[in-house]
Design a protein around this ligand. Structure first.
Ligand SMILES: [Ca+2]
Ligand SMILES: [Ca+2]
Length: 350
C-alpha cells in the first residue's frame, strides 16, 4: 500500500512536470502548424502531353513562412481524381513577401471523358478543376516516304517503296522489287531473257512507328506479309503474288538524313534503296487521312496526280502502263479503289 501511494505521487509529479514543459513550448517556441490554404490562392491547370494527363498546382502564400511537406499521391475513383497534401505554416515572425510553390501531378493515361480533380490539404478540399480528356489532345504527325530499291543483299535489284504512317499509331505501305533487275521497268510480257524473281512485302501491322528513333530518321517495325514469284508469265501469276502471302516480322529504317532506307524482313536478304521523296506533316483535324493522293509530292492534289492514275488505270504489276506510285491500296492493280482512296482530297493543298 505504501509503495503504490509513492508510485501515484511520482506519477502525478511527472505529469505536472511534462505539462509545465509543454505549456512553456507552446508559449515561447515558434513552430510549424498544419494549414489549409485559401482557395483564392490556389490555381489548378490541366494539360496533356504524349497521351498523359497532368494537373499543375500553383499556391501563392502571403509569406515565405509556409511549406508543403507532402503533395500526396493521386487517387482515382472513376472520373473523380484528387490528391491530399500536407501544408504547414510557421507561427513565428515572418517577412511579408509573396511566396509561390508549384507541383505537377502525373495522372497517367486516362480514357476519354470528363473528369474532376480536387486538390486537398489535410483531407479538406481546397480547390477543384473539371477537365476533358480526348484522343485529340495533340495533333498526330504523319509521314509519307517513297523510295527506289537498288540492292537485295549483295546483288542489284530494282523496285519501289511506298509508306504512309501516323507516328506512334499505325503505318501502311509496301515494296515491290525484282532480282536481278531486268531493266528500268518490271515487265512480264515480253518476258525478259533472264530468270528473275519478283518480291512483294507489305506492312500488315506496324507495332512501332517512330520519328528520329535510335539513329534512324524514321523507323517502323511489326508484321509484314511477304510473297515472291519466279519468272511469272501471266496476270494470274501476278495476282497470286498478293493472295496467300506469308506473315513475318520486319523493320524499316530510314537513315542518312532521309536519303537511304533499309528493310530487314525475316527470311529475306536486306533490301536497300534511295528515298526519292518524303513528307512529314501534322493533322489539323485528326480524323483527316494522310494526303495519299499527292503522287508527285508537290503539296497539292490536282490534275497532275489524277493524270498519273489515269495513265495507268486498268493496268497490273508487270504490264506496261503500271505505275507503282498510283497503286495506293497495294493490290498490284490500278482501278477505282485507288481513285476512291483519295478522290475526296482533289483540289486540296497541305
Ligand atoms: Ca500533287
Ligand atoms: Ca490498287
Amino acid at each position: 500500500m505504501k509503495k503504490s501511494v509513492l508510485e501515484l505521487v511520482f506519477a502525478l509529479f511527472t505529469v505536472s512536470l511534462l505539462c509545465s514543459v509543454s505549456t512553456s513550448v507552446t508559449a515561447f517556441v515558434e513552430e510549424w502548424i498544419p494549414c489549409v490554404p485559401n482557395s483564392n490562392y490556389v490555381e489548378l491547370s490541366f494539360c496533356m502531353k504524349d497521351q498523359i494527363a497532368y494537373i499543375k498546382v500553383v499556391i501563392t502564400f502571403p509569406t515565405p513562412c509556409h511549406n508543403v511537406s507532402d503533395w500526396g499521391e493521386v487517387t482515382k475513383d472513376g472520373y473523380t481524381l484528387g490528391a491530399n497534401s500536407k501544408v504547414w505554416k510557421w507561427t513565428g515572425v515572418c517577412v511579408q513577401v509573396i511566396w509561390t510553390v508549384t507541383h505537377t501531378y502525373d495522372l497517367g493515361y486516362l480514357e476519354e471523358g470528363n473528369y474532376t480533380f480536387t486538390f486537398k490539404a489535410w483531407n479538406m478540399p481546397v480547390k477543384s478543376i473539371e477537365f476533358t480528356v480526348s484522343q485529340q489532345g495533340e495533333d498526330p504527325t504523319w509521314v509519307k516516304v517513297a523510295g527506289c530499291v537498288d540492292r537485295y543483299g549483295d546483288v542489284p535489284a530494282y523496285g519501289w517503296l511506298n509508306v504512309f504512317a501516323v507516328v506512334d499509331e499505325w503505318a501502311e505501305g509496301w515494296s515491290v522489287f525484282v532480282v536481278p533487275p531486268p531493266g528500268p521497268r518490271i515487265l512480264v510480257y515480253p518476258p525478259p531473257p533472264i530468270d528473275y524473281t519478283i518480291y512483294v512485302v507489305k506492312i500488315v501491322n506496324a507495332s512501332v512507328v517512330k520519328l528520329d528513333y535510335d539513329g534512324a530518321n524514321f523507323y517502323l517495325s511489326g508484321f509484314w506479309a511477304v510473297s515472291n514469284v519466279t519468272n511469272p508469265r501471266s496476270i494470274e501469276d501476278i495476282i497470286r503474288l498478293v493472295l496467300g502471302m506469308k506473315v513475318v516480322t520486319g523493320e524499316l529504317n530510314v537513315t542518312d538524313s532521309w536519303s537511304r532506307f533499309s528493310l530487314t524482313i525475316e527470311g529475306f536478304e536486306e533490301i536497300r534503296g534511295n528515298v526519292t521523296a518524303y513528307r512529314i506533316g501534322e493533322f489539323q483535324t485528326p480524323w483527316e487521312p494522310i494526303p495519299y493522293f499527292d503522287i508527285n509530292y508537290d503539296y497539292k492534289i490536282d490534275m497532275k496526280d489524277i493524270a498519273t492514275i489515269a495513265r495507268s488505270f486498268g493496268s497490273c504489276l508487270g504490264f506496261d502502263r503500271y505505275d507503282f506510285r498510283a497503286d495506293l491500296n497495294f493490290d498490284v492493280k490500278i482501278d477505282m479503289k485507288d481513285i476512291a482512296k483519295c478522290a475526296k482530297f482533289f483540289g486540296k493543298a497541305y
